[in-house]
Ligand binder design. Structure first.
Ligand SMILES: C[S@@+](CC[C@H](N)C(=O)[O-])C[C@H]1O[C@@H](n2cnc3c(N)ncnc32)[C@H](O)[C@@H]1O
Length: 378
């Protein structure tokens, strides 16, 4: 615990203000005694009471990420409930300063960093048993990206609390023809802002409950439970994942880095050639090997295309394919053998290796690079 006198604490509280979170610093000291922007003076305690209903009873040994943590009220509460690791992130520097000050006064082992929700990356931060995104998503101009990033860093449970499209003003969900299909449309309101609007402060979208449930399922959550809120214009969503990483059906999370480790650059016409390709899963989805029919939707295969040495048009598209040795998790690498017949005509060719999630997408179209290999047939 930081040794600060009462006067020093009071002076820092004053200097770091205004405060949105009312946090008890001990000895009868609070971070604030009046409302800053119209929120209840004791905010966020009333919200915390509602959020608790959606949280696990026990936090012992769990890791928790609080995105948009503000001055750290929730991070403090969860650390006190026994969470092993608590990391709070906020995009605004003055709020991270407030959180660090509170942590030091209370002497708690909580980490804080200034970071935007858009920069969440499990390869850097790891994944968390529980992620909190409370009062955050209406501040997100890039709503779907924010939800994808929250999904990626969550191992088990995301608790999302937000203002919603006022149900009494909403037309409700309806079916309507769009592009020859008859999808269900869910209301989601766009908040018009001035050009100079600052993202962390302004509001951008008010999703209806149904729209947010659909979005959360579409970014990959397996279950989304809505907790009834006492205020009709806010809601709490408990979003669960069955697996830490989604599988290769979720093409937004696919990525690969390929290298030819071994294989000929010269051959006779029609000769059977074998290449060894190293494939690293640089995405955030597990690659599924699939069954031996090779046709199973979303199974991931290595594929070789044949081009003329300088040509842009393929001479033979999907010339050969190869299975993975097994499923490949994000961060893992597989070595894949791929056999193919050399072209029958002598000439100079270029092989291009790419991965495919069958029936869904080529990895190149999702932003990964193909690997090129020259081949001369003599
Ligand atoms: C309405 S406050 C909610 C604070 C706290 N979670 C709560 O429920 O009391 C929104 C918080 O999200 C933060 N925020 C806004 N945009 C953000 C972003 N792109 N990335 C991370 N934090 C953001 C703001 O700085 C602010 O602390």
């Amino acid at each position: 615990m930081m040794t600060m006198t009462r006067e020093e604490i009071e002076a820092r509280v004053e200097r770091l203000g205004p405060w949105f979170h009312c946090i008890d610093l001990g000895g009868g000291l609070l971070t604030k005694t009046e409302s800053a922007v119209g929120e209840p003076v004791e905010h966020p305690r009333p919200t915390w009471e509602k959020v608790r209903a959606a949280l696990p009873e026990e936090f012992d040994g769990l890791s928790v990420l609080d995105v948009g943590c503000n001055a750290g009220f929730y991070a403090v509460e969860l650390k006190r409930r026994g969470a092993r690791r608590v990391l709070g992130l906020d995009s605004q520097r003055n709020l991270v300063r407030q959180a660090l000050f509170v942590r030091d006064v209370l002497g708690l082992d909580v980490e804080y960093r200034r970071m935007s929700v858009y920069d969440l990356d499990p390869r850097e931060l790891g994944q968390f048993d529980v992620t909190l995104a409370l009062g955050l998503v209406y501040h997100c101009k890039h709503l779907v990206l924010a939800l994808e990033r929250l999904f990626a860093v969550t191992r088990g449970l995301l608790i999302l609390e937000t203002a919603i499209y006022p149900p009494e003003r909403s037309p409700g969900s309806f079916t309507y023809e769009v592009g020859g299909l008859q999808p269900v449309l869910h209301p989601l309101a766009y908040v018009e802002n001035p050009g100079e609007a600052k993202e962390a402060i302004y509001n951008w979208f008010l999703p209806g409950t149904e729209a947010l449930v659909a979005l959360l399922r579409n970014v990959g959550f397996d279950e989304v439970e809505v907790f009834p809120a006492t205020q009709s214009d806010r809601a709490i969503f408990a979003c669960r994942k069955h697996e830490a990483y989604p599988d290769s059906r979720w093409i937004g999370y696919l990525g690969a880095s390929l290298a030819v480790e071994e294989g000929p650059s010269h051959s006779r016409p029609g000769e059977v050639l074998t290449f060894r390709v190293r494939a690293e899963n640089t995405g955030l989805a597990r690659w599924l090997r699939g069954d031996d029919t090779g046709t199973q939707e979303a199974s991931v295969h290595l594929v070789a295309h044949v081009f003329g040495a300088e040509g842009e048009e393929p001479l033979s598209w999907y010339h050969a394919g190869a299975y993975l040795p097994g499923d490949v998790a994000p961060g893992e690498t597989a070595t894949i053998e791929i056999a193919m017949r050399a072209p029958a005509e002598p000439g100079r060719y270029r092989l291009e290796f790419d991965m495919v999630s069958e029936h869904l997408a080529w990895f190149e179209d999702l932003g990964s690079e193909v690997v090129r290999h020259p081949l001369t047939v003599e």
